[in-house]
Design a protein around this ligand. Structure first.
Ligand SMILES: [Zn+2]
Length: 318
């Protein structure tokens, strides 16, 4: 058995390695690539091939947990696991509380050890979220309560959490967990390319929401997403660019009349009338036409929030 110091060193090294591998958490990692991790010269799998819980034989506590990828039209990947307090739940392995994997999770909880959560964003491809902590066990529901970094000192969970804390918890969980998973799903679906201009540099790409206020419907689904470069994301959100339900790109009229350098000429005006260049190969991952239409109507009528110096200009007519 390893000492506590060995355990701590392994977790720290694993998380550093993952950060380096994933562009500081921007990118997902494949099961195959995870196999490259070594600790003190030895191969050390960070994730079990079959099981959701990875509990290395040398440790008393679990090292990672995994949520398997499910296709977008199947069960939602995480909404079903969100508790009333805004914290995530992770199910036991089977229903025997004394199984070594479940004991490994309990040990991680009792010792407050940081874990890695691997979220499947495609078969064999994972978005690692780390560190996460287990802050409570709900035996009757056979699950643990998971907190992301920053929330690990939450003492109580459950219904009686106050509203202010709950809003904070939900916000943190969204930022640390839902956003990265959403990004992972969208980037994988679009092959890490801007849907509008095909740019393929991950640090310059965002997972954009088609309808920004659809969060409350639980639409973190890839169908409310578009992989867009930073410029096209901001242009879409601010109403400079619109995308019709048949994937045609429109550029706002006053912008079409402007004359400027190559970013405006090629990067924006030149797109007018084009269709999206990159779409997910899986039909059920393509942008939802109703959501596109909702946003497109806002673009056409100019009710998209706008922050440019063209705010006073007459809006384009239908
Ligand atoms: Zn672009």
């Amino acid at each position: 058995m390893w000492t506590e110091a060995d355990d701590a060193a392994l977790r720290e090294e694993a998380m550093h390695w993952l950060a380096a591998w994933t562009n500081d958490g921007l990118d997902a990692i494949s099961y195959e690539d995870l196999g490259d991790f070594r600790f003190r010269g030895e191969k050390m799998p960070l994730k079990d091939r079959q099981l959701g819980i990875r509990k290395p034989a040398q440790l008393t506590a679990a090292l990672s947990i995994t949520t398997t990828f499910r296709a977008p039209n199947k069960e939602r990947p995480y909404d079903d696991r969100l508790g009333a307090d805004g914290l995530m739940r992770y199910k036991w392995d089977g229903d025997n509380p004394e199984k070594y994997t479940n004991r490994g999770l309990r040990a991680a909880m009792q010792e407050r050890l940081p874990l890695i959560w691997f979220w499947g964003v495609a078969p064999g491809l994972y978005k690692p979220i780390f560190p996460v902590y287990l802050v409570a066990e709900e035996r009757e529901s056979q699950q643990f309560v998971v907190a992301t970094d920053g929330l690990q000192n939450l003492e109580s969970t459950g219904q009686d959490i106050d509203e202010v804390t709950k809003r904070y918890v939900v916000g943190e969980t969204h930022r640390r967990l839902h956003q990265p998973v959403f990004r992972g799903l969208v980037m994988r679906a679009y092959g890490t390319r801007c849907a509008i201009c095909t740019l393929r540099h991950s640090p310059l790409l965002d997972a954009a929401h088609i309808v920004p206020d659809a969060h409350q419907d639980g639409v973190a689904a890839v169908r409310n997403g578009l992989a867009l470069c930073k410029i096209h994301h901001a242009a879409y959100d601010s109403g400079i660019i619109g995308i019709s339900p048949d994937y045609t790109i429109g550029v706002r009229e006053d912008v079409l009349e402007e004359v400027d350098g190559p970013m405006l000429e090629f990067g924006l005006k030149g797109l007018h009338g084009n269709t999206l260049s990159v779409l997910p190969s899986r039909r059920n991952e393509r942008p939802d036409k109703n959501l596109l239409d909702r946003q497109y109507q806002r673009f056409k009528t100019g009710v998209v929030p706008r922050r440019t110096r063209f705010d006073f200009v007459k809006l384009p007519e239908e």
